[in-house]
Ligand binder design. Structure first.
Ligand code: GLA
Length: 388
């Protein structure tokens, strides 16, 4: 792919002399969903799937963005003097948002650049193709413009800042953090309250992690996401009448249950319950994994799905079909929706001897019930963002 990227760069921009290469992964979250904007824990890992980029500085104030994945939109040209979100910028709003965020943070660029990308993360699948492009852009800018005082974690924060304030999605830090900080064969146990983290080895000798792509993405995802976040904020404010907290992640189940009637709204109570219980589940799940108890980890994944489906309301029919089919197969240790929800992917832990049956049974059952095929990817956990 490197060759093709370089060739495309040279065709579009004259030659490829002095252009540099970069890679940022996608991510899958094993457990800890919708906890990252509630000051809770998450447990994602970086994939070997990701986004490749080639970039070089220019002598003028223009930026050129080209993606081999969306070549139909051609080269998108934007001036450094017009850092505004526009629908006509298509996917380039993601890198543009990062350029804008760099400026906001005191790192205005003094010239433009050319950038060509290609990625193998299925788009809109909930595997963080947008966070991957954001962190890729951050990495490219720090490298091309020799900005030495920004760490990988700073790049994750800047990506999130761009997504929140330029693209209008109030996401938490999980995706950008996992993309920037991933480590081969490890998941990241991240406390989003203070960004302290620990790498936990994932050594499943007798099982595989399998992502199943439902190939559906329901509309209103972004507005529903922001709405969930608002419901959690409202619940937290209501609980503050009696509890000295700043985020739902600070509560254990018992304290929450003893005070939940303060919320005074059945839907918001369910949302908050998920946030509190899911955070505790994530802590328990990592403990279980560290103790070698993969079955307990899997059982907690299943509970996570039920909670996301019934209390948080972010699953959908197609995803529930995938999860129900998975649960019916002996040898499936755990299966749940992963990512923001309303479509996208499930993540399952499947005993080696059951992998073929899993793909066959879930594949056929899904096609029959939903009418189109699902896709399966066996997860290889890779390293985070890097210059190649
Ligand atoms: C999306 C967001 C993340 C996180 C997940 C849900 O992927 O970008 O910040 O909130 O949804 O866990």
């Amino acid at each position: 792919m490197k060759e093709q990227l370089v060739q495309t760069f040279a065709t579009l921009f004259g030659d490829s002399e002095g252009a540099n290469h970069y890679f940022t992964p996608g991510r899958v979250n094993l457990i800890g969903e919708h906890t990252d904007y509630n000051g809770g824990h998450v447990f994602p890992c970086a994939l070997t799937l990701g986004t490749y980029g080639v970039a070089r500085k220019r002598n003028d104030r223009l930026m050129h963005f080209y993606s081999l994945n969306v070549d139909s939109v051609g080269v998108i040209e934007i001036s450094l003097d017009d850092l505004n979100h526009r629908n006509s910028h298509s996917w380039a709003n993601y890198p543009l948002g990062v350029v804008w965020a760099f400026k906001e943070k005191g790192h205005a660029l003094d010239c433009g650049f050319d950038m060509v990308i290609w990625g193998d993360i299925p788009n809109g699948s909930g595997l963080s193709s947008s966070a991957s492009v954001e962190v890729l852009t951050g990495l490219i800018l720090t490298d091309l413009f020799a900005i030495a005082d920004l760490s990988m974690i700073d790049l994750a924060r800047i990506g999130q800042y761009a997504e929140n304030n330029f693209c209008g999605i109030n996401c938490g830090i999980m995706d950008q953090f996992a993309v920037a900080m991933g480590k081969k064969d490890h998941a990241i146990f991240l406390d989003t309250a203070d960004l302290s983290y620990e790498y936990v080895p994932i050594q499943l000798t007798d099982a595989k992690i399998i992502i199943t792509n439902s190939k559906v993405k329901h509309s209103l995802v972004d507005s529903a996401y922001n709405q969930r976040r608002q419901e959690c904020t409202d619940a937290c404010i209501a609980l503050q009448k009696e509890l000295n907290i700043t985020a739902l992640g600070q509560l254990d189940e018992k304290t929450f249950d003893a005070h939940k009637e303060l919320i005074g709204d059945a839907i918001k109570e369910k949302r908050a319950k998920h946030a509190v219980y899911e955070n505790q589940r994530t802590i328990q799940a990592v403990k279980a994994l560290n103790a070698g108890d993969i079955n307990k980890f899997g059982a907690l994944m299943n509970q996570s799905h039920i909670s996301l489906r019934d209390d948080y309301g972010v699953s959908c029919e197609e995803i529930d079909v995938l999860v129900d089919l998975a649960w019916s197969i002996p040898g499936v240790i755990g299966s749940r929706i992963t990512g923001g929800g309303f479509g996208g992917c499930t993540v399952s832990i499947v005993t080696n001897s059951a992998v073929d049956t899993f793909i066959d049974t879930v594949g056929k059952g899904y096609l029959k019930k939903v009418g189109h095929a699902a896709e399966f990817y066996t997860v290889d956990i890779g390293d985070g963002a890097r210059k190649l």
